[in-house]
Design a protein around this ligand. Structure first.
Ligand code: KIV
Ligand code: ZN
Length: 510
């Protein structure tokens, strides 16, 4: 019999802990809506107590999502749990996920608490969370380096206190599959009350084994996997949702379970997360990389043409790959534009937002004859981005000639006031960034500059990511335009806008 595997997506919480991947409220709601279309069971929308902005974002997700359970993380304190409870209150289905560290190193050096105090705090946290919802999850942070008998004791106590899901995290990505599976099997066999709860696994990818460890835990009896789109997450990332889902689906014979996921929404989810966070997907990434279904060798191509299954174990269409189909052009009207946005899951807040997006679409269609879904996504991202921004691009003129130093003249606004700035540079992008910096004087360090073609052909829009670092904070800025110098200016200003917003707390810090 096939059992159900619960997919708990933490892109909006652990994923957001990747350097520079911090998301605004609107961005979180857009991703949450896509996660709902993907039919994930639980959306961890954030860590509500981290800041007022995080609280608002979790609450906004709780207000917009109907089908998936909406969850907030909370440390094992009354203040964190109350804030999480208030943030998820509007959700149709809500969960509080509370955690405390259980390894000797974390208890002694980070928490400065004795094991008895940790058990007491864990039990009190679960009981208190139960006042806000019946659906309480408990995690033993750094379970991988915790004493197994102590874990059994903590888990037994929190089950008695009302926890419904017990999550076992490999917080530091230290485990290997055989060991992780054994640990899960022992916990399920020895914890009092184990049969009354769902066992969950949460693995980090420091040694590249997050997916393998999670799947081994599933074989040992875990029925919830915590994962993220594109494997986004703290340091080397979390287990990747698309790989877990497709592994259990493709190898049902091995795992004996399946998920509720609508796999045709995987690629759109991957693209959206990549666009919003500024984390490009490597071409050879399983399932969602551009080359994941491309056959290069003649022997493979010949085999696939004769009989697909000779070299393919999954169908590209089943995970949402479509050839870039032309969807709109310059003669398309406002209604066709609105309908196409709805079809790809983009809902704009107001008629004014739709009108603004439509005006930008017309502008783009004048310069690019074929508009694909990917173009629409990038275009709408630009619209949403610009609403409350401190820095906005007004115009850009740039001149380059072989053998000459390029010059860029940028007009942009700072808090609504227009400024013009001109600079030379090594290349057109360098000149543009120098012109902006000449006025802003942010002093930020550029850590990464990357350009990707959104679709195929030289007519494609360029999507630029700029990663900036300042005072220990890292942010990613994104911009898209058929002119990659304009896209670069947008990306740089977008990163400056992100630096101008308040930093967030990290839930793994005390
Ligand atoms: O990695 C971890 O331990 C976590 C917990 C808070 C679940 O993210
Ligand atoms: Zn984690």
């Amino acid at each position: 019999m096939t059992e159900q595997l619960i997919i708990f997506d933490t892109t909006l919480r652990d994923g957001e802990q990747s350097p520079g991947a911090s998301m605004t409220k609107d961005e979180k709601v857009r991703i949450a809506r896509q996660l709902e279309r993907l039919r994930v069971d639980v959306i961890e929308a954030g860590f509500a107590a981290a800041s007022p902005g995080d609280f608002e974002a979790v609450r906004a997700v709780a207000e917009s999502i109907k089908d998936s359970t909406v969850c907030s993380l909370a440390r094992a304190t009354e203040k964190d749990i109350r804030t999480a409870g208030e943030a998820v209150a509007p959700a149709a289905k809500k969960r509080i996920h509370t955690f405390i560290a259980t390894s000797p190193i974390h208890m002694e050096k980070k928490l400065r608490m004795s094991p008895d105090q940790v058990v007491e705090a864990a039990v009190a946290a679960v009981k208190f969370a139960g006042q806000f919802t019946d659906d309480v999850e408990f995690s033993a942070e750094d379970a991988v380096r915790s004493d197994i008998d102590f874990l059994i004791r903590v888990f037994g106590e929190v089950i008695k206190a009302g926890a419904r899901t017990i999550n076992v995290p490999d917080t530091v990505g230290y485990s290997v599959p055989g060991q992780w599976g054994d640990r899960m099997a022992q916990l399920i066999a020895k914890t009092p009350g184990a049969k009354n709860v769902v066992w969950s696994t949460h693995c980090h990818n420091d040694l590249g084994m997050a997916v393998a460890n999670s799947l081994q835990a599933v074989l040992a009896g875990a029925r919830q996997v915590e994962c993220t789109i594109n494997g986004l997450g703290e340091r080397a990332g979390n287990a990747s949702l698309e790989e877990i889902v497709m592994a259990v689906k493709t190898r049902k014979d091995v795992f004996g379970c399946d998920s509720n996921i609508d796999t045709s929404q995987i690629v759109p989810a991957s693209r959206l997360v990549s666009q919003i966070t500024g984390y490009p997907v490597q071409p050879n990434k399983a399932i969602v990389g551009a080359n994941a279904f491309a056959h290069e060798s003649g022997i493979h191509q010949d085999g696939v043409l004769k009989h697909r299954e000779t070299y393919e174990i999954m169908r590209a269409e089943d995970v949402g790959w479509t050839a870039n189909r032309i969807v709109l052009g310059k003669l398309s009207g406002r209604n066709a534009f609105r309908q196409r946005l709805q079809a790809i899951g983009i809902e704009l807040e107001s008629e004014q937002a739709l009108n603004e997006a439509f005006a930008r679409f017309k502008e783009l269609a004048d310069r690019k004859s074929e508009i694909f879904d990917e173009d629409l996504q990038a275009l709408v991202m630009g619209e949403v981005e610009e609403k409350d921004d401190k820095f906005k691009l007004v115009s850009l003129a740039q001149h380059s000639e072989m053998g000459e130093k390029p010059v860029s003249k940028v007009v942009f606004s700072i808090d609504g006031k227009e400024v013009a700035s001109e600079s030379q540079g090594n290349g057109p992008v360098d000149a543009t960034v120098r012109a902006i910096e000449h006025q802003v004087k942010s002093g930020a360090e550029l850590l990464l500059f990357s350009v990707n073609a959104i679709t195929t052909g030289t007519e494609s829009q360029g999507e630029v990511t700029m990663r900036l670092s300042k005072d220990g904070r890292i942010v990613n800025g994104m911009g898209a335009d058929p002119d990659i110098v304009v896209a670069s200016a947008r990306a740089y200003l977008n990163a400056l806008n992100r630096l101008a917003t308040a930093p967030k707390a990290n839930p793994q810090q005390p």
